[in-house]
Write a protein that binds this ligand. Structure first.
Ligand code: SF4
Length: 281
Protein backbone atom coordinates (compact mmCIF):
# COMPACT_ATOMS: atom_id res chain seq x y z
CA UNK A 1 0.00 0.00 0.00
CA UNK A 2 1.04 3.58 -0.58
CA UNK A 3 0.96 6.83 1.36
CA UNK A 4 1.00 10.24 -0.24
CA UNK A 5 2.53 13.58 0.59
CA UNK A 6 0.88 16.72 -0.79
CA UNK A 7 2.97 19.92 -0.77
CA UNK A 8 2.61 23.32 -2.36
CA UNK A 9 5.72 24.69 -4.07
CA UNK A 10 6.72 28.37 -4.00
CA UNK A 11 5.43 28.72 -7.55
CA UNK A 12 1.98 27.62 -6.39
CA UNK A 13 2.13 24.15 -7.95
CA UNK A 14 0.97 21.22 -5.90
CA UNK A 15 3.41 18.35 -5.78
CA UNK A 16 2.21 14.88 -4.85
CA UNK A 17 4.89 12.43 -3.82
CA UNK A 18 4.25 8.82 -2.94
CA UNK A 19 5.93 6.62 -0.43
CA UNK A 20 5.16 3.02 0.27
CA UNK A 21 4.26 2.39 3.91
CA UNK A 22 3.02 -0.98 5.06
CA UNK A 23 -0.63 -1.00 6.04
CA UNK A 24 -1.37 2.59 5.00
CA UNK A 25 -4.83 3.10 3.50
CA UNK A 26 -4.13 3.66 -0.16
CA UNK A 27 -3.90 6.42 -2.72
CA UNK A 28 -4.36 6.90 -6.47
CA UNK A 29 -3.09 10.38 -7.40
CA UNK A 30 -0.99 11.65 -10.31
CA UNK A 31 2.62 12.46 -9.43
CA UNK A 32 2.24 16.23 -9.98
CA UNK A 33 -0.90 18.33 -9.95
CA UNK A 34 -1.40 21.85 -11.23
CA UNK A 35 -2.48 24.72 -8.96
CA UNK A 36 -5.49 23.78 -6.85
CA UNK A 37 -7.62 25.49 -4.24
CA UNK A 38 -7.68 24.18 -0.69
CA UNK A 39 -11.09 22.66 -1.38
CA UNK A 40 -9.82 20.81 -4.42
CA UNK A 41 -6.80 19.59 -2.49
CA UNK A 42 -9.07 18.40 0.30
CA UNK A 43 -11.21 16.56 -2.26
CA UNK A 44 -8.05 15.04 -3.73
CA UNK A 45 -7.13 13.69 -0.30
CA UNK A 46 -10.56 12.13 0.09
CA UNK A 47 -10.28 10.59 -3.38
CA UNK A 48 -7.17 8.71 -2.23
CA UNK A 49 -9.01 6.87 0.53
CA UNK A 50 -9.72 3.19 0.25
CA UNK A 51 -13.28 3.48 1.54
CA UNK A 52 -13.73 -0.22 2.29
CA UNK A 53 -10.64 -0.07 4.53
CA UNK A 54 -11.85 3.19 6.10
CA UNK A 55 -15.22 1.61 6.96
CA UNK A 56 -13.47 -1.32 8.64
CA UNK A 57 -11.31 1.13 10.59
CA UNK A 58 -14.32 3.16 11.75
CA UNK A 59 -16.13 0.00 12.82
CA UNK A 60 -13.09 -0.86 14.98
CA UNK A 61 -13.16 2.69 16.38
CA UNK A 62 -16.84 2.50 17.37
CA UNK A 63 -16.23 -0.89 19.00
CA UNK A 64 -13.31 0.61 20.95
CA UNK A 65 -15.48 3.52 22.09
CA UNK A 66 -18.24 1.24 23.36
CA UNK A 67 -15.60 -0.50 25.49
CA UNK A 68 -13.42 2.44 26.57
CA UNK A 69 -15.50 5.63 26.22
CA UNK A 70 -16.05 7.63 29.39
CA UNK A 71 -19.48 7.81 30.97
CA UNK A 72 -20.05 11.59 30.88
CA UNK A 73 -23.36 13.23 31.89
CA UNK A 74 -23.98 14.77 28.45
CA UNK A 75 -23.54 11.36 26.84
CA UNK A 76 -26.66 10.17 28.66
CA UNK A 77 -29.02 12.64 27.01
CA UNK A 78 -30.42 13.41 23.56
CA UNK A 79 -32.06 16.66 24.72
CA UNK A 80 -30.79 19.24 22.19
CA UNK A 81 -30.62 22.08 24.71
CA UNK A 82 -28.71 19.95 27.22
CA UNK A 83 -26.31 18.85 24.46
CA UNK A 84 -25.85 22.49 23.44
CA UNK A 85 -25.10 23.58 27.03
CA UNK A 86 -22.45 20.87 27.37
CA UNK A 87 -20.84 21.78 24.05
CA UNK A 88 -20.71 25.49 24.89
CA UNK A 89 -19.23 24.78 28.32
CA UNK A 90 -16.63 22.39 26.87
CA UNK A 91 -15.26 25.09 24.54
CA UNK A 92 -11.83 25.99 25.96
CA UNK A 93 -12.66 24.22 29.25
CA UNK A 94 -11.64 20.83 30.63
CA UNK A 95 -14.15 18.01 31.01
CA UNK A 96 -13.51 17.57 34.75
CA UNK A 97 -14.27 21.25 35.34
CA UNK A 98 -17.40 21.27 33.20
CA UNK A 99 -19.20 18.34 34.90
CA UNK A 100 -20.19 20.33 38.05
CA UNK A 101 -21.17 23.42 36.09
CA UNK A 102 -23.25 21.41 33.65
CA UNK A 103 -25.27 19.67 36.36
CA UNK A 104 -25.80 22.86 38.40
CA UNK A 105 -26.78 24.82 35.29
CA UNK A 106 -29.46 22.31 34.29
CA UNK A 107 -30.90 22.26 37.80
CA UNK A 108 -31.25 26.02 37.64
CA UNK A 109 -32.27 26.31 33.94
CA UNK A 110 -33.77 22.94 32.90
CA UNK A 111 -35.28 24.35 29.69
CA UNK A 112 -34.32 26.71 26.92
CA UNK A 113 -37.22 28.90 27.93
CA UNK A 114 -35.86 29.19 31.48
CA UNK A 115 -32.74 30.75 29.96
CA UNK A 116 -34.83 32.96 27.67
CA UNK A 117 -36.85 34.50 30.49
CA UNK A 118 -34.00 34.84 33.04
CA UNK A 119 -32.37 38.18 33.65
CA UNK A 120 -28.92 38.48 31.98
CA UNK A 121 -27.39 38.93 35.45
CA UNK A 122 -28.79 35.54 36.56
CA UNK A 123 -27.37 33.59 33.64
CA UNK A 124 -24.04 35.36 33.94
CA UNK A 125 -23.90 34.46 37.68
CA UNK A 126 -24.62 30.79 36.96
CA UNK A 127 -21.75 30.79 34.43
CA UNK A 128 -19.38 32.64 36.79
CA UNK A 129 -15.96 30.93 36.91
CA UNK A 130 -16.20 29.23 33.51
CA UNK A 131 -14.92 32.30 31.69
CA UNK A 132 -15.41 33.23 28.03
CA UNK A 133 -18.67 34.99 28.89
CA UNK A 134 -19.57 35.61 25.25
CA UNK A 135 -20.71 31.97 25.32
CA UNK A 136 -23.42 32.60 27.90
CA UNK A 137 -24.49 35.92 26.36
CA UNK A 138 -24.95 34.12 23.04
CA UNK A 139 -26.79 31.25 24.73
CA UNK A 140 -29.36 33.67 26.10
CA UNK A 141 -29.72 35.42 22.72
CA UNK A 142 -30.24 32.01 21.14
CA UNK A 143 -32.79 30.97 23.80
CA UNK A 144 -34.77 34.17 23.27
CA UNK A 145 -34.75 33.59 19.49
CA UNK A 146 -35.79 29.92 19.68
CA UNK A 147 -38.05 29.84 22.74
CA UNK A 148 -39.60 33.28 23.24
CA UNK A 149 -43.00 31.85 24.25
CA UNK A 150 -42.24 28.61 26.05
CA UNK A 151 -41.32 26.52 22.98
CA UNK A 152 -39.80 23.17 24.06
CA UNK A 153 -36.11 22.29 23.95
CA UNK A 154 -36.70 20.41 20.70
CA UNK A 155 -37.53 23.73 19.06
CA UNK A 156 -33.77 23.93 18.51
CA UNK A 157 -33.25 23.10 14.82
CA UNK A 158 -31.82 19.72 13.88
CA UNK A 159 -30.02 20.68 10.65
CA UNK A 160 -26.46 22.09 10.84
CA UNK A 161 -27.25 24.96 8.43
CA UNK A 162 -30.21 26.15 10.53
CA UNK A 163 -28.20 25.78 13.75
CA UNK A 164 -25.37 27.86 12.34
CA UNK A 165 -27.73 30.77 11.78
CA UNK A 166 -28.21 31.05 15.57
CA UNK A 167 -26.06 33.24 17.85
CA UNK A 168 -22.79 31.68 19.02
CA UNK A 169 -23.05 28.46 16.97
CA UNK A 170 -20.09 27.66 14.73
CA UNK A 171 -19.55 24.74 12.40
CA UNK A 172 -18.34 22.39 15.15
CA UNK A 173 -21.22 23.11 17.55
CA UNK A 174 -23.78 22.78 14.76
CA UNK A 175 -22.40 19.33 13.89
CA UNK A 176 -22.34 18.36 17.57
CA UNK A 177 -25.99 19.27 18.24
CA UNK A 178 -27.17 17.71 14.97
CA UNK A 179 -25.35 14.41 15.56
CA UNK A 180 -25.48 14.13 19.37
CA UNK A 181 -29.08 15.27 19.88
CA UNK A 182 -30.77 14.36 16.61
CA UNK A 183 -28.50 11.55 15.36
CA UNK A 184 -28.06 13.30 12.02
CA UNK A 185 -25.25 12.30 9.70
CA UNK A 186 -23.41 15.56 10.45
CA UNK A 187 -19.59 15.77 10.57
CA UNK A 188 -17.79 17.84 13.16
CA UNK A 189 -14.19 18.95 13.57
CA UNK A 190 -12.61 20.33 16.71
CA UNK A 191 -8.87 20.27 17.35
CA UNK A 192 -8.99 16.69 18.69
CA UNK A 193 -10.86 15.42 15.64
CA UNK A 194 -8.61 17.33 13.23
CA UNK A 195 -5.50 15.94 14.90
CA UNK A 196 -6.74 12.33 14.75
CA UNK A 197 -7.90 12.53 11.12
CA UNK A 198 -4.77 14.30 9.91
CA UNK A 199 -2.45 11.88 11.69
CA UNK A 200 -4.46 9.03 10.23
CA UNK A 201 -4.65 10.15 6.62
CA UNK A 202 -2.70 13.37 5.97
CA UNK A 203 0.03 13.94 8.58
CA UNK A 204 1.80 16.51 6.43
CA UNK A 205 -0.91 19.05 7.32
CA UNK A 206 -1.24 21.00 10.56
CA UNK A 207 -4.75 21.37 12.05
CA UNK A 208 -3.82 25.01 12.62
CA UNK A 209 -3.38 25.74 8.91
CA UNK A 210 -6.16 26.66 6.49
CA UNK A 211 -5.46 23.68 4.28
CA UNK A 212 -5.26 21.40 7.33
CA UNK A 213 -8.73 22.52 8.44
CA UNK A 214 -10.12 22.01 4.92
CA UNK A 215 -8.64 18.55 4.67
CA UNK A 216 -9.87 17.64 8.17
CA UNK A 217 -13.46 18.69 7.36
CA UNK A 218 -13.39 16.82 4.05
CA UNK A 219 -12.06 13.71 5.81
CA UNK A 220 -14.62 14.05 8.63
CA UNK A 221 -17.42 14.09 6.06
CA UNK A 222 -15.92 11.19 4.09
CA UNK A 223 -15.41 8.81 7.03
CA UNK A 224 -18.91 9.29 8.53
CA UNK A 225 -21.01 6.12 8.66
CA UNK A 226 -23.70 5.91 5.99
CA UNK A 227 -26.64 6.28 8.39
CA UNK A 228 -27.32 8.93 11.00
CA UNK A 229 -28.06 6.24 13.59
CA UNK A 230 -24.33 5.46 13.95
CA UNK A 231 -23.31 9.14 13.76
CA UNK A 232 -23.60 9.70 17.50
CA UNK A 233 -21.16 6.89 18.37
CA UNK A 234 -18.87 7.71 15.46
CA UNK A 235 -18.39 11.40 16.35
CA UNK A 236 -18.08 10.68 20.07
CA UNK A 237 -15.54 7.95 19.32
CA UNK A 238 -13.20 10.15 17.25
CA UNK A 239 -13.31 12.86 19.89
CA UNK A 240 -12.67 10.33 22.65
CA UNK A 241 -9.72 8.84 20.80
CA UNK A 242 -8.23 12.34 20.47
CA UNK A 243 -8.78 12.97 24.18
CA UNK A 244 -7.47 9.63 25.52
CA UNK A 245 -5.14 7.97 22.99
CA UNK A 246 -4.10 10.19 20.08
CA UNK A 247 -3.51 13.24 22.25
CA UNK A 248 -1.76 16.51 21.46
CA UNK A 249 1.19 15.60 23.67
CA UNK A 250 1.59 11.94 22.81
CA UNK A 251 0.17 9.41 20.39
CA UNK A 252 -0.32 6.11 22.25
CA UNK A 253 -0.31 4.12 19.02
CA UNK A 254 0.22 0.81 20.81
CA UNK A 255 -3.25 1.22 22.41
CA UNK A 256 -4.98 2.63 19.32
CA UNK A 257 -7.69 0.72 17.44
CA UNK A 258 -6.75 2.59 14.25
CA UNK A 259 -3.09 1.73 14.21
CA UNK A 260 -3.56 -0.59 11.26
CA UNK A 261 -3.94 1.74 8.28
CA UNK A 262 -2.71 4.91 10.06
CA UNK A 263 -0.35 7.09 8.00
CA UNK A 264 1.50 7.96 11.21
CA UNK A 265 1.11 4.59 12.91
CA UNK A 266 3.59 5.05 15.72
CA UNK A 267 6.13 6.92 13.63
CA UNK A 268 6.53 10.16 15.60
CA UNK A 269 8.45 11.72 12.71
CA UNK A 270 5.28 11.52 10.61
CA UNK A 271 3.21 13.47 13.13
CA UNK A 272 4.27 16.72 11.47
CA UNK A 273 2.07 19.62 12.52
CA UNK A 274 -0.86 17.47 13.59
CA UNK A 275 -0.57 18.56 17.21
CA UNK A 276 -2.53 21.02 19.32
CA UNK A 277 -4.94 21.49 22.23
CA UNK A 278 -8.69 20.93 22.12
CA UNK A 279 -10.55 23.83 20.55
CA UNK A 280 -14.15 23.97 19.34
CA UNK A 281 -16.23 26.66 17.70
S1 SF4 B 1 -2.10 4.96 15.32
FE1 SF4 B 1 -1.15 6.56 16.58
S2 SF4 B 1 -1.06 8.42 15.30
FE2 SF4 B 1 -2.50 6.94 14.32
S3 SF4 B 1 -4.54 7.58 15.08
FE3 SF4 B 1 -3.76 5.97 16.47
S4 SF4 B 1 -2.69 7.04 18.15
FE4 SF4 B 1 -2.99 8.51 16.46
Amino acid sequence: MESVRVTTTTSGRTAISRTVRPGCIGVRLPAVMTRRTHAQLADAHVATLDMAAVRRQMTRLRRWFREHGRDLPWRRTRDPYHVLVSELMLQQTQVSRVIDYYERWLQRFPTLHDVARARPKQVREAWEGLGYYARVRNLQLLARAVSPNGEPNHALPSEPEALRALPGIGAYTAGAVASFAYEKRAPLVDTNVARVLLRLYAPEHSPKSGIGQRVAWALAEAVMPRTGKAAWTHNQAIMELGALVCTARVARCEACPLRRGCATGGDRRSMGGAKGTAKKS
